[in-house]
Design a protein around this ligand. Structure first.
Ligand SMILES: C[S@@+](CC[C@H](N)C(=O)[O-])C[C@H]1O[C@@H](n2cnc3c(N)ncnc32)[C@H](O)[C@@H]1O
Length: 273
């Protein structure tokens, strides 16, 4: 079949932009280039794989898992079903955390840990932007850490890895703790495409959605240096809960909630006075 015929086939089953993305990815070109070769014959192997992928997409598998990578903060990260698909909102956590680090420790070499790193999205992006920062990636999932390691290798980045339940029994101290932990309530309604495809270990955090924040903050004093920064992504209704948790477990600190581009409360920064 020709490129044009395959696009027509894909469009009859899924959104035309996604059909083009799938075919372009298989042919190792971008969707615009695809439109310049509409008459080209496609090999039977690619045709077969394309039809399989269109079917996967039609059945509700996210395109990011089908293609196997995402662009996050300008870096291509490999992903699979063992890790959360990195979100646009999390890029804003990276940008804001980098700014805070620059303010608090201008040009200094500091130690940072990314708790619940998944694909490594946050920690690796920060390391790319601030090569002086010593980065550790931590996750409770061995399979997620494997993905993070693959991404670090692909990006030629040198970081440390820890397989652990957040800060439980961890002796090391850090200047910066950054995390986008699971924060969805056990009974919360979420989109089917998320619930049916992404790892529940990456999504759910107990009846009030706060289990991971509680777990981190209850230990955090033993794992932070005198001068510290804690940066969290949060659900858009969790600001007050996080303010209360900070009050419960920390003293003498500054706290700031930052909104995302949709004006929702999505990031919390805590640093010492
Ligand atoms: C919401 S995902 C975030 C992944 C990645 N940081 C991102 O922003 O795309 C949360 C991650 O936390 C990990 N996780 C869940 N519970 C954990 C725990 N108790 N200790 C360490 N990691 C945990 C999950 O395996 C998952 O990779």
């Amino acid at each position: 079949m020709k490129v044009d015929d395959l696009i027509v086939y894909g469009k009859s089953k899924v959104h035309s932009d996604l059909a083009k993305m799938l075919l372009a990815d298989l042919m190792d070109i971008n969707s615009l280039e695809l439109l310049t070769i509409l008459d080209r014959e496609v090999s039977s192997d690619i045709e077969k794989e394309y039809k399989f992928r269109v079917d996967e997409l039609r059945k509700g598998r996210p395109i990011q898992y089908i293609i196997g990578n995402v662009n996050f903060c300008g870096n291509i990260l490999e992903i699979n079903e063992n890790v959360l698909i990195p979100r646009f909102e999390t890029e804003q956590l990276v940008v804001n955390t980098v700014e805070k680090i620059k303010e608090l420790w201008p040009n200094q070499s500091i130690d940072l840990i990314d708790l619940g790193t998944g694909s490594g999205a946050i920690g690796l992006s920060i390391k790319k932007k601030l090569p002086n920062v010593n980065v550790t990636l931590l996750d409770i999932s061995e399979k997620a850490l494997e993905v993070a390691k693959k991404n670090a290798t692909n990006l030629n980045i040198n970081v440390k890895y820890i397989l652990n339940d957040m800060l439980e029994n961890l002796a090391n101290k850090y200047d910066v703790i950054v995390s986008n932990p699971p924060y969805i309530k056990t009974n919360e309604e979420i989109e089917d495409i998320v619930k049916n495809n992404e790892p529940h270990l990456a999504l759910y955090a107990g009846d009030d959605g706060l289990d991971c924040y509680r777990k981190i903050l209850s230990h955090v004093k033993e794992n932070i240096n005198n001068k510290y920064l804690i940066a969290f992504e949060i659900g858009d209704t969790q600001k007050e809960d996080l303010y209360k948790l900070a009050e419960e477990f920390l003293t003498n600190y500054n706290i700031e909630c930052v909104k995302d581009f949709s004006s929702r409360d999505r990031m919390i920064f805590i640093w010492n006075k």
